[in-house]
Design a protein around this ligand. Structure first.
Ligand SMILES: [Zn+2]
Length: 196
């Protein structure tokens, strides 16, 4: 990335992004700023509603997608596992991809867990003084990570997945800031879930 004028497009504050940042919050006005090769741009960011005060804000790309399993080969297991896979992907799914710097293992684990839970996070107001971990995963990388997450879900079934062919159809993902924290049971998102 070239170092062009990295100033907040909203308030002109100088930004000091980390080497891998793709979206960060302006430290002055908290506008979400996307960094491109051509410069900077205010980015839409949707906030969740925290359920606790013990958290920090973390970025997630939310894909609304339809996954079509073309072929699923296994070593064993029952018909039930194959049916469960078909059943799960029959409907469009909300797929959250963690977008900050964390291990691929943790990203897959959290992404797979959220895909199975299908939470519908309620949209909150922009907090008074938000401080979000910068996003280091851009939409194209998030799309690749999404495929790993889908593979993780299918590999977790009890039928010894050998090969999986699938297509994913999604619109451009939406960037969310969600309250989260790392616990001894992995990353936990503490955001209000609704059923709109
Ligand atoms: Zn600003």
């Amino acid at each position: 990335m070239k170092l062009l004028a990295l100033r907040c497009p909203q308030c002109d504050t100088w930004l000091q992004p980390g080497l891998h940042d793709v979206v960060l919050l302006c430290p002055t006005c908290a506008t979400a700023v996307a960094l491109h090769d051509q410069g900077v741009q205010a980015a839409p960011l949707t906030y969740g509603i925290p359920t606790t005060t013990k958290f920090a804000w973390y970025p997630f790309w939310l894909f609304q997608g339809q996954v079509a399993i073309r072929s699923r080969q296994t070593q064993g297991g029952s018909r039930a596992d194959a049916d469960a896979a078909q059943q799960f992907w029959r409907e469009p799914r909300r797929l959250y991809v963690p977008a900050w710097e964390l291990t691929v293992h943790d990203a897959r684990e959290l992404g797979a867990r959220l895909a199975q839970q299908q939470p519908l996070y309620q949209v909150g107001d922009k907090p008074e003084q938000p401080a979000m971990q910068p996003a280091t995963v851009d939409p194209a990388d998030a799309r690749k990570l999404l495929e790993f997450i889908i593979l993780t879900i299918e590999a977790q079934r009890n039928d010894w997945l050998r090969d999986l062919q699938f297509d994913v159809q999604t619109a451009a993902p939406q960037l969310w800031a969600l309250p989260a924290q790392q616990t001894n049971k992995g990353w936990q998102v503490g955001a209000v879930v609704g059923n709109r």
